[in-house]
Ligand binder design. Structure first.
Ligand SMILES: C[S@@+](CC[C@H](N)C(=O)[O-])C[C@H]1O[C@@H](n2cnc3c(N)ncnc32)[C@H](O)[C@@H]1O
Length: 230
């Protein structure tokens, strides 16, 4: 097995604490959040604000937070609250009052309320316990909330080094996640307490580039129970 590291070492590694990674995506445009996630975020927020009067958006691994600032400025709505969380804290200046940018790891942070939308744009590639992060996101969703993220199942490895493969796909499906293999996106609707049949072992920070062309992290798991058992 590859040499595995824990979160402390991973978060200090050159792969994760990397100045060259793109942290400056905007909300709109060719490489913007809406395009990358296949979701018109401004339209979703506008529609839900019209119905409910309030909307909470959480962006995990938010980078500079520019996409969040774009949304707050474009929509300029009372009732909209946006939270961005990123380990590096390289945030944009001049952040509107609706946007809260927090410097911390998503692996240790716990929110105090639920969210209507949770996104993670090219962030899960750098997380050690990726399945743990998916489970946390599901638990932080409002009853009718939506989670959407870039996700590459080949970053999830079994203890023999093989990709999680069909076992992982089945576990994602059974726990209510919808994986789009073509676009490498994962999505779920609605709050849930999710338990995956895998136990996290550690991360390989030297896995090399993934489909984005950037060095990424492989997350190792052992099978903890058979699918369908509890
Ligand atoms: C490729 S950048 C994407 C940033 C932003 N989503 C964007 O598209 O502009 C990945 C981000 O994940 C952040 N990150 C990596 N590990 C993290 C962790 N454990 N907790 C929070 N953020 C993390 C990095 O600091 C980096 O800003």
């Amino acid at each position: 097995m590859a040499e595995l590291v824990g979160d402390g070492r991973l978060e200090r590694s050159s792969v994760v604490a990397n100045n060259a990674m793109n942290r400056t995506r905007r909300l709109a445009g060719r490489d913007g959040y809406s395009r990358v996630l296949g979701l018109d975020i401004a339209a979703l927020i506008t529609a839900r604000l019209a119905e409910a009067g309030t909307f909470r958006w959480l962006d995990l691994c938010c980078g500079s937070g520019k996409a969040l600032v774009d949304a707050a400025r474009a929509l300029n709505a009372t009732g909209l609250a946006i939270t961005g969380v990123d380990l590096a804290g390289y945030f944009t200046a001049d952040v509107p009052a609706q946007v809260d940018l927090l410097t911390t790891s998503i692996t240790t942070w716990t929110p105090t309320h639920s969210f209507d939308l949770i996104t993670c744009v090219h962030g899960l590639h750098y997380i050690g316990d990726k399945l743990g992060a998916l489970a946390k996101a599901a638990s932080w969703l409002a009853a009718d909330g939506l989670f959407v993220a870039n996700f590459d199942t080949s970053g999830v490895r079994l203890s023999d080094g093989s990709p999680g493969g069909r076992r992982l796909s089945a576990a994602l499906r059974q726990t209510g996640f919808d994986y789009d293999a073509r676009n490498r996106r994962i999505r779920r609707e609605g709050h849930a307490t999710v338990g995956f049949p895998f136990r996290y072992l550690g991360a390989d920070e030297r896995a090399g580039p993934n489909y984005t062309g950037q060095p990424a992290v492989h997350s190792y798991y052992e099978i903890s129970r058979s699918l369908g058992s509890s």
